[in-house]
Design a protein around this ligand. Structure first.
Ligand code: HEC
Length: 414
């Protein structure tokens, strides 16, 4: 393995230690430059934002080896052994229009690697590198008839690592928080890590690392035995990871997003992981083999919420402009589509029934009321509106409302 890892430890003043782990990939002279090891990191940092499966400007997807070779609207931009005859090289070297990336230039070192990769015959990988399996370490599936309070003692973290992967002098915004449904455990997102506290003792129970950016959301499984965190880094990477709550061991990681994941959930039967984000796509992964089963393209804006129903049969997703869709995760079929008014942003669907009751869905969106539609086989029916933030102010009568304005104080309506 020629890849070198450098860890830098920066010690700040006043006893505050900041730990930064930088991973730098460098090629030594005799090493064969290949797509997987050397080119993907360059593309990820500079190009995937616009040239991936989810966003292919100029019809060019650079996110897989095959797609990169295929090229864009003007054909393959890669001519093996001939960098100067390769459009891709010429546009990143700013020798030709359209100069890429549009308003910047990659470093000379990166340019050199791309040149060597093309000159060296466009290798896909080093050849010796085994492709890592993304299958989970254990069979995660749970029998649906066993939903509800799990047998045995509640899952509490034991022997987790307490070593933070990042220490900061200042506190950071907590983007996500979740509490275990069955144990006194709460999980909080941090930078490159998820912290778990015991709510009885108020002590830190452990930390798991989330190296690929910042977790945006944390969730416990319905039986409280698994912890899921999803997130990543804007315009670069997005994924979701599941850990065992007792051991802190990583069970599975899914997602190869080119932007951060904003919403994710693990189904009650633990067969499915759903995720969504700025790509507007809802992706459903099977936990049996870690493979993506469906990529659902129906939302018209960023997917900001995702939640499976307690019986594991439905998935509700919400987007930034108020669209809510209900899916069947096993088949990838869209069952219902609801739309809150355009002014109602970021709906967060949340199924609130018990596993045995007919499914219903509550959705909250700001600044709108909480609404509770009920699903039935014949469709969606809105049940109720509840106001969560402020009661709607009803101006009594014309007269009264005039007076209300003039005196600018609230009148009691009769
Ligand atoms: C901000 C978005 C953006 C980024 C980042 C970006 N590109 Fe592009 N790229 C475009 C657009 C838009 C086009 C189409 C422009 C045109 O056809 O005039 C394009 C076209 C191309 C083409 C020509 C495709 C064809 O077949 O015509 C190549 C090659 C290319 N880009 C490579 C890259 C590489 C390599 C990087 C990263 C180093 C990169 N781009 C980064 C937006 C981007």
């Amino acid at each position: 393995m020629m890849v070198k890892h450098w860890k830098r430890i920066v010690l700040g003043g006043l006893g505050i230690a900041a730990l930064q782990a930088g991973l730098v990939t460098q090629a030594s002279a005799q090493e064969k430059i290949n797509y997987q090891e050397h080119i993907v990191p360059i593309f990820r940092n500079n190009c995937f934002k616009c040239h991936s499966q989810d966003a292919s400007k100029g019809d060019l997807d650079l996110s897989t080896f095959g797609a990169a070779l295929k090229g864009g609207s003007s054909g393959s931009g890669l001519s093996s052994g001939d960098p100067d005859g390769s459009k891709l090289y010429k546009v990143v070297a700013h020798m030709e229009e359209p100069k890429m990336p549009p308003n910047s230039k990659i470093t000379d070192k990166e340019l050199e690697l791309i040149k060597k990769w093309i000159a060296g015959g466009l290798l896909e990988n080093s050849g010796s590198k085994a492709i890592a399996s993304s299958a989970p370490k254990v069979d995660m599936a749970v029998d649906l008839s066993k939903l509800g309070k799990p047998d045995g003692p509640p899952a509490l973290p034991q022997d987790w690592l307490l070593e933070p992967s990042v220490r900061t002098g200042r506190t950071t915004a907590v983007l996500g928080m979740a509490s275990s449904p069955w144990a006194p455990v709460v999980a909080l997102t941090g930078q490159h890590q998820v912290l778990v506290y015991n709510t009885d003792t108020l002590e830190l129970s452990g930390i798991v690392k989330f190296p690929s950016g910042h977790p945006a959301q944390v969730r416990f499984s319905r039986n409280g035995k698994m912890l899921l965190a999803a997130g990543g880094e804007g315009a670069k990477i997005g994924l979701a990871t599941v850990w065992d709550v007792v051991t802190g061991e990583k069970i599975i990681t899914v997602g190869e997003e080119f932007d951060t994941v904003l919403a994710s959930d693990l189904s009650a039967d633990q067969k499915w992981i759903a995720l969504g984000g700025p790509s507007k796509l809802v992706k459903i992964y099977s936990t049996a083999d870690g493979q993506q089963k469906y990529s659902l393209k129906k939302h018209t804006d960023w997917v900001t919420a995702a939640e499976f129903s307690p019986n594991g049969k439905y998935l509700a997703t919400g987007d930034r402009v108020g669209g809510i869709l209900v899916w069947e995760p096993a088949t990838g079929t869209q069952l219902y589509s609801m739309r809150t008014a355009a002014t109602k942003r970021n709906p967060s669907p949340s199924p609130m029934t018990s596993p045995s009751a007919p499914p219903s869905l509550t959705t909250a969106s700001a600044p709108s009321p909480v609404t509770g539609p009920v699903t039935s086989t014949s469709g969606m029916l809105k049940m109720a509106n509840w106001w969560a933030n402020s009661a709607p102010i009803r101006l009594p009568s014309n007269n009264a409302s005039k007076r209300f304005r003039r005196r600018s104080r609230l009148l009691r309506s009769t």
